[in-house]
Ligand binder design. Structure first.
Ligand code: GLN
Length: 488
């Protein structure tokens, strides 16, 4: 049977594979052909794996032997900062141009065990620092809907691959929005799980208290399938939690939900009135809220008194952690090495040659806020406000089950539009960083679109839930009425 990539979801592909309508090898070949056709222009991939068809053959074997799971034979793209043993993992940096991973990330081991097929590694902002994939050392990823625009970032390659049918799903990492914002820009679903839900073992650390790995998919249901496989407690990441941590009913019961009751939706209107938010984004957001109301959901206005500090707090804590995590790239232990006049100059030369300007900017900022004399004024104070922001959310979740905002303040912007102005780029993260600071799970689901220069660009709705309550993200996310693309 002919394979129509545009119509496939993981669920549908799985059914076809089980019925024998096509094999995993045929499915993988169809994706490789699509990549060959489109990726010259889009540049979602840094490398397409030569052994994808071998993995597909093994998947076919599993299917034949009746050992197939939902992801067996499903072609998936992997962000270039997640380790696959034996493959290059460069984090789109010159620093790690030839760095081969020596072990599998936990998420990779889990997917491989299920028989998923890794198509290749995807482009990103260098070490995941950025919001447009323009900080990649290997060129920008273009938005498949309008190649003059960015795909978002930092996981722009993963989002573009799924949006352009060059992968059925993908993995990304999210430290301040890097899954949700590109999902919003490319019209796909992107999930940042609860902090600790998914093991970080084998993802290159950016901000260790903020990082989470999560899925990109075409539907909410597919995102759930991926999360179910990659989540779980892991002895190799002491911050991971198991399902039991949140399944004791605590935190969910106060509102009396359950028994078929609809989730109560909170909207922090006071945070959505700034003029930095694109008009079309607010219209799409408001329409979504109205449609939830029509479906019988209760909408409550909520106050998050400290939320306006989120971006400031993020841009102190994140660089502080970045400066510590980047210290290992010293020309001695990993990656690129440049000789200077002496040992200490080797170190300087290697870092200067290996890192791009955004990474250097963040190392400098982070080193500054951690330096003696400024530590209390910046880093400690930011941590105190981080706690206040978290308390605001936990307080709000006493009376609502989910909180909705736009995912990003604008639709996909033009390539080059914000590169000269780091502050303008940082402002893109205004709605997404809170989930990382608080550890809460959040999903971006396409909820509408806007016409720009004759092209229909997607707009994403962000839904945030209580710690551990990804289920509410899925059940509410599945109901988002989407006027863009296909069913969600
Ligand atoms: N855009 C944000 C930043 O530049 C988020 C990055 C991320 O989530 N990795 O820090």
């Amino acid at each position: 049977m002919p394979i129509k990539l545009g119509e496939l979801t993981i669920k549908k592909a799985h059914d076809h594979l089980m019925k024998g309508d096509f094999t995993a090898v045929e499915l993988t070949r169809a994706y490789l052909d699509e990549i060959k056709k489109k990726d010259g222009e889009i540049h979602a991939y840094l490398e397409v794996f030569g052994d994808a068809l071998d993995a597909a053959k093994r998947a076919d074997q599993m299917i034949e032997e009746g050992r197939a799971g939902l992801l067996t034979g499903i072609p998936i793209a992997i962000k270039d900062n997640i380790l696959i043993k034996g493959k290059i993992a460069s984090a789109a940096s010159k620093m790690l141009e030839d760095h081969h991973a020596t072990y599998d990330a936990t998420v990779i081991a889990k997917l491989a065990q299920q028989g998923a097929v890794f198509l290749g590694r995807t482009n990103m902002d260098e070490f995941a620092m950025g919001g447009s994939t323009e900080n990649s050392a290997y060129g920008v990823t273009k938005n498949p809907l309008d190649p003059t625009r960015v795909a978002g970032g930092s996981s722009g390659g993963s989002a573009a691959a799924v949006a352009a049918n060059m992968a059925l799903a993908a993995l990304g990492s999210d430290t301040g929005g890097s899954i949700r914002q590109p999902a919003s820009f490319c019209g796909v679903v992107g999930l940042k799980p609860t902090y600790g839900r998914v093991s970080r073992y084998g993802v290159m650390a950016m901000g260790s208290s903020l990082d989470q790995i999560g899925p990109f998919a075409k539907t909410v249901g597919d995102a759930k399938i991926l999360l179910d496989v990659i989540k779980g407690k892991d002895a190799k990441d002491g911050t991971t939690i198991g399902d039991e941590t949140y399944n004791d009913g605590k935190g969910r019961s106060e509102n009396g939900r359950g028994g078929g009751k609809k989730a109560v939706i909170g909207v922090p209107r006071h945070f959505l009135s700034g003029d930095g938010i694109d008009k079309a984004v607010m219209e799409a957001f408001d329409e979504s809220i109205v449609s939830f109301e029509k479906k019988g959901y209760e909408i409550k206005e909520i106050k998050l008194p400290n939320i306006s500090y989120s971006l400031l707090v993020y841009y102190i804590i994140m660089p502080a952690e970045v400066s510590a995590n980047m210290a290992r790239f010293d020309g001695m232990r990993f990656g690129l090495r440049k000789e200077g006049e002496n040992g200490i100059r080797d170190y300087f030369e290697s870092r200067r040659a290996g890192f791009g300007s955004e990474v250097i900017r963040r190392i400098l900022l982070g080193t500054y806020v951690l330096s003696s004399g400024y530590y209390d004024a910046y880093y400690n104070r930011a941590n105190a406000v981080r706690k206040m922001i978290t308390d605001d959310f936990l307080g709000a979740f006493k009376s609502v089950d989910v909180i909705m905002t736009p995912t990003a303040p604008s639709p996909a912007f033009r390539i080059g539009e914000k590169t000269a102005d780091p502050m303008a780029m940082y402002l893109e993260d205004i709605f997404t960083v809170t989930a990382n600071l608080t550890g809460l799970p959040a999903i971006s689901v396409p909820c509408g679109s806007t016409m720009r220069d004759g092209v229909e660009l997607p707009i994403g709705l962000q839904i945030t839930a209580r710690h551990g309550d990804e289920e509410s993200l899925f059940s509410v996310g599945e109901e988002v009425r989407c006027s863009f693309g296909e069913e969600v």
